[in-house]
Design a protein around this ligand. Structure first.
Ligand code: ZN
Length: 260
């Protein structure tokens, strides 16, 4: 098994949009990661970064409001399909696309993997179509409104399909709060041990270390419960990979390096 970490460009933003009430107005540029997990029974993506259209006309695809707050810096070569092709992985070989949630910097590659199952929480799919007003800009209907895809809609923490291959190696953990159907991914590697990919459940390491809310939350109480779960796993030796922390990201092995 192997875990490879990729970056689909960056978002030029402000710090308080990631750490609520802290560093208000401070410039903050964050990576947009996506992850490839190679398992003997399949090739799995966790998240897909930004859509190709963002590299072509970001205001048209995301809207001026979102671009004003989270300006995406990416080229067409940063698009998930292109990066995987360079790594020798044709899009047709991806068997599963697990989406932490359906926000625009995570679901941009949906529909570009013709043989894949797309795995998302049912709650997330529902919310993506009718989000609260303050999350409307973060859901781009053109990215995820693709009913002909092979969608698998999971029913929360009790859903046995969350253990993808039934071997405990790739396990989906619902971590709601940022959005109602947000999910993290626990990956157990032979040599490097367990990793938790947190998506936007924990934007930065400060979120895990300090009593601090993430800058965007749909349900703060649920978000804190999810962060406490991440802290607990970290205390047990799991390596927790936060979603948009430039300092922590720079310390990780990234493509062409990997964890096995
Ligand atoms: Zn998000």
């Amino acid at each position: 098994m192997k875990l490879t970490i990729f970056q689909c460009g960056s978002l030029k933003s402000k710090k308080h949009l990631f750490t609520m009430g802290k560093d208000v107005g401070v410039d903050f540029t964050v990576p947009v990661p996506f992850f490839l997990i190679e398992h003997p029974r399949g090739l799995i993506l966790y998240d897909t970064g930004n859509a190709l259209e963002v590299a072509q006309d970001k205001v048209k695809h995301w809207g001026a409001g979102v671009v004003g707050a989270y300006d995406p810096l990416m080229t067409e070569d940063d698009f998930v399909v292109r990066q995987l092709a360079w790594a020798g992985i044709a899009a047709e070989r991806i068997t599963h696309v697990i989406l932490s949630h359906l926000h625009l910097d995570h679901a941009g590659g949906v529909g570009h993997f013709p043989k894949a199952r797309y795995i998302v929480q049912k709650e997330e799919m529902r919310y993506a179509y009718v989000p609260d007003f303050f999350q409307k800009g973060a859901y781009i209907r053109a990215d995820f409104d693709k009913p002909d895809l092979d969608w698998v809609l999971l029913n929360g923490p009790q859903d046995p399909r969350g253990d993808l291959f039934g071997d405990g190696r790739v396990v989906i953990l619902p971590t709601p709060g940022h959005t109602p159907g947000h999910q993290s991914l626990l990956v157990d590697l032979p040599n490097h041990g367990r990793f938790l990919l947190t998506g936007d459940g924990a934007y930065t390491e400060e979120i895990l270390d300090e009593d601090l809310l993430p800058g965007l939350v749909q349900n703060p109480s649920q978000a804190i419960d999810s962060i406490n779960l991440m802290r607990h796993l970290r205390d047990q030796g799991v390596k927790v990979i936060t979603g948009h922390d430039p300092t922590a990201f720079a310390r990780l092995r990234r493509y062409p390096e990997f964890y096995d």
